[in-house]
Design a protein around this ligand. Structure first.
Ligand SMILES: Nc1ncnc2c1ncn2[C@@H]1O[C@H](COP(=O)(O)OP(=O)(O)O)[C@@H](O)[C@H]1O
Ligand SMILES: [Mg+2]
Length: 246
């Protein structure tokens, strides 16, 4: 467990209009749950996107290591195949592609092997049950007509089925009612138990964190990490906001 899973070293990231992230460093070990908090528009999603290799975000400095390899220049597909996963703040709707086919394709792409259909279907069914998802959703077009909460559950379902080494959850709890937050937390805990996974949870809502064991908190303001520590920081933010660290 001593090997670092993700190591971000002095990462600076640009978009067309300028620099968003400044010298961001963080390290995540296998089995750890990290939380990234910060005000709106501060660069949290940018960090997630840059880690996943989204070409809109240019690495202007620094390095990203994953599972012992320098992945700074890797394509998004290669990173996903290596075991990185991100659930999006606003998941895409894909007419004509069912949720089940999408998950099957993703697993096939990741493993490079054919899928044992019966086993896959059984696992999909069980996982949907755990997430209180109606089985009919498997056959529905990906995210088309899904409510906000259903989209988030579909993302957690993908995470559980893909079993990535690192899951980045970007505001997976935003806009969810209390029951949905509980279900999503249950899914996240299941992921941590089932796999040797690690989590980077981006949120500005402490609700989802109550049910999770947080190891480390990072606070980002204006594209910089301004504070680091344990779970106690979440309460400090709840009490006094982000400005105390800026
Ligand atoms: N693809 C993009 N195109 C233009 N501006 C972007 C893009 N992605 C992020 N930004 C800008 O970068 C800043 C940080 O955004 P973001 O990373 O989404 O913040 P957060 O997730 O912390 O709310 C914002 O000013 C946002 O408008
Ligand atoms: Mg965001």
């Amino acid at each position: 467990m001593s090997q670092k899973l993700l190591e971000v070293k002095d990462l600076s990231v640009d978009i067309e209009s300028g620099r968003i992230l400044h010298d961001v460093s963080l390290t995540i070990n296998p089995g750890e749950t990290h939380v990234l908090m910060g005000p709106n528009g501060t660069g949290k999603s940018t960090l997630g996107n840059a880690l996943m290799g989204n070409p809109v975000y240019t690495v202007a400095g620094g390095k990203i290591f994953f599972d012992g390899e320098d992945i700074t220049d890797w394509s998004a597909d290669k990173r996903a195949n290596a075991g990185m996963f991100m659930s999006f703040q606003n998941p895409l709707e894909v007419p004509g592609l069912s949720l089940e086919s999408f998950i099957r394709n993703s697993i096939r792409q990741k493993t490079g092997k054919p899928i044992k259909i019966i086993q896959f279907k059984k696992q999909l069914e069980e996982t949907m049950k755990l997430l209180d998802m109606d089985p009919s959703y498997a056959g529905r077009d990906l995210n088309v007509g899904f409510s906000g909460g259903e989209k988030k559950k579909a993302e957690i379902l993908q995470m559980l089925m893909l079993a990535p080494k690192l899951a980045i959850l970007d505001e997976t709890d935003s806009g969810l009612d209390v029951d949905a937050v509980r279900t999503v937390s249950k899914g996240i805990n299941e992921y941590m138990q089932r796999t040797e996974g690690a989590l980077l949870i981006v949120t500005h809502n402490a609700n989802i964190l109550e049910a999770l064991k947080v190891d480390h908190t990072h606070v980002m303001v204006h594209g910089r990490i301004v504070k680091e520590g344990g779970p106690e920081i979440i309460k400090q933010i709840g009490d006094k906001g982000f400005e105390q660290f800026a």
